[in-house]
Design a binder for this molecule. Structure first.
Ligand SMILES: NC(=O)c1ccc[n+]([C@@H]2O[C@H](COP(=O)([O-])OP(=O)(O)OC[C@H]3O[C@@H](n4cnc5c(N)ncnc54)[C@H](O)[C@@H]3O)[C@@H](O)[C@H]2O)c1
Ligand SMILES: [Zn+2]
Length: 361
């Protein structure tokens, strides 16, 4: 254990604890403790933590999975279900998912439908999965090229978290997690984005502050999901930055990590809010500077405004030529605003791409 106190998340499906462990081995040992555990693990994590895995996972049946968006689909899920069946799993078995958001999304859907629901234990190994997707009970898988079209709510029985996993992440995957941390820091009132800025400026994205940023992100998300687990009210605010973030990810063929696409999507909607007189230039500028300095997405070709608005129109949140955008009026104050998907919106997106885009490609 670390000195970080566990969190207990009150889900409609029952409470579950998020425990913080001092090492990757300790987190995996705690997770695979139950009899009847079967382990789905990110192939890369297995390779990087081979000794810890053999020490911690005992003789639990183990399936390795590549963390790719094209396996975050029915066919990826079917492979896991067939494996569970071949290994004699039952509804009393526990599926232990060790990996990032991709492995978690597939495991959550599989655990939900296998024998109408089996236990699920999560060991998040990316920063994004630690700070965001390991709580909230949501799973989303892709349908063709459309992101997160299919899903279920299935709460884990427990989450075992070890910040050590973040030490082996690539710079891009580390920055991606910080993109969701930025989002969460802007959703709480009062916001804690200033604290985040101090941490990033003082010790960069890999600093010793990581574990406490993870805990703060989780407690921010906890406050929202405990009042709206099923995404009908305030939880929709967690979609901040995601409409155009998802559009960018799709257009870049997932060449931009999710959290960096979200950070870029935040900057774009903040620009829209600025131009529509909802957000002050100083608040726009402060967040813009942070994203430009620490989270600018690189190495993707620049999309066009028309393609972005068309992709946003295919989002789950769009209907009848209108899209629900989450717009910020100041850090900590967000609202869902229905917005026509029209030439005016395309014009604003185009202005952003020409004048303020944090892209450096
Ligand atoms: N269900 C939710 O609530 C929710 C929330 C946010 C995001 N998501 C989804 O999560 C996905 C993104 O997840 P992600 O960012 O965790 O990425 P990921 O699962 O795709 O992993 C990113 C990369 O990191 C590697 N990796 C994982 N752990 C590692 C480690 N400890 N050291 C080194 N490499 C490691 C993986 O092999 C992969 O190459 C997206 O599909 C997104 O839609 C889901
Ligand atoms: Zn996200």
């Amino acid at each position: 254990m670390t000195d970080l106190a566990p969190l207990t998340i009150r889900s409609a499906q029952g409470p579950y604890a998020v425990s913080f462990h001092g090492s990757a081995a300790d987190a995996m040992t705690a997770a695979a403790d139950a009899a009847g555990s079967l382990v789905l693990i990110d192939r890369r994590v297995r390779q990087l933590y081979v000794a810890a895995c053999s020490a911690s996972l005992g003789r639990a049946p183990l399936m390795e999975m590549d963390a790719t968006e094209d396996l975050k689909t029915w066919s990826g899920c079917a492979q896991v279900l067939e494996w569970l069946s071949a290994r004699g799993a039952s509804r009393r078995s526990t599926l232990v998912a060790i990996g990032g958001g991709v492995v978690q999304d597939v495991a959550t859907l599989a655990a939900h439908v296998f024998h109408r629901g089996m236990h699920l234990v999560l060991v998040p190994t990316t920063l994004l999965a630690m700070c965001d997707s390991c709580i909230g009970a949501k799973s989303g898988i892709n349908l063709g090229t459309l992101k997160n079209q299919l899903g279920v709510f299935h709460a884990p029985a427990a989450v075992h978290l070890a910040p050590e996993f973040a030490t082996t992440l690539s710079d891009a995957d580390l920055a991606s997690g910080h993109g969701e941390i930025l989002k969460l820091s802007l959703t709480r009132d009062p916001p804690w984005v200033d604290e985040l800025a101090v941490a990033w400026t003082g010790s960069g994205l890999r600093g010793p502050h990581l574990a406490s940023l993870v805990r703060q992100s989780l407690s921010t998300k906890q406050a929202i999901i405990e009042v709206d687990e099923h995404d009908r009210g305030p939880r929709r605010l967690l979609n901040f930055g995601h409409t155009f973030g998802h559009a960018l990810e799709g257009l870049a063929d997932y060449g931009v990590p999710h959290g960096l696409a979200v950070a870029w999507g935040i900057d774009l909607v903040n620009y829209i809010a600025l131009r529509e007189g909802r957000l002050a230039e100083s608040d726009f500028g402060a967040v813009h500077q942070l994203i430009a300095r620490h989270l600018a997405a690189r190495h993707v070709s620049k999309p066009t405004a028309a393609a972005l608005v068309a992709a946003a129109g295919r989002d789950k949140k769009a209907a009848g030529g209108v899209i629900d955008l989450v717009l910020m009026s100041r850090p900590g104050a967000l609202a869902v605003v229905p917005h026509p998907l029209d030439h005016d919106l395309e014009g604003l997106v185009d202005d952003y791409l020409r004048e303020r885009d944090v892209f450096s490609a």
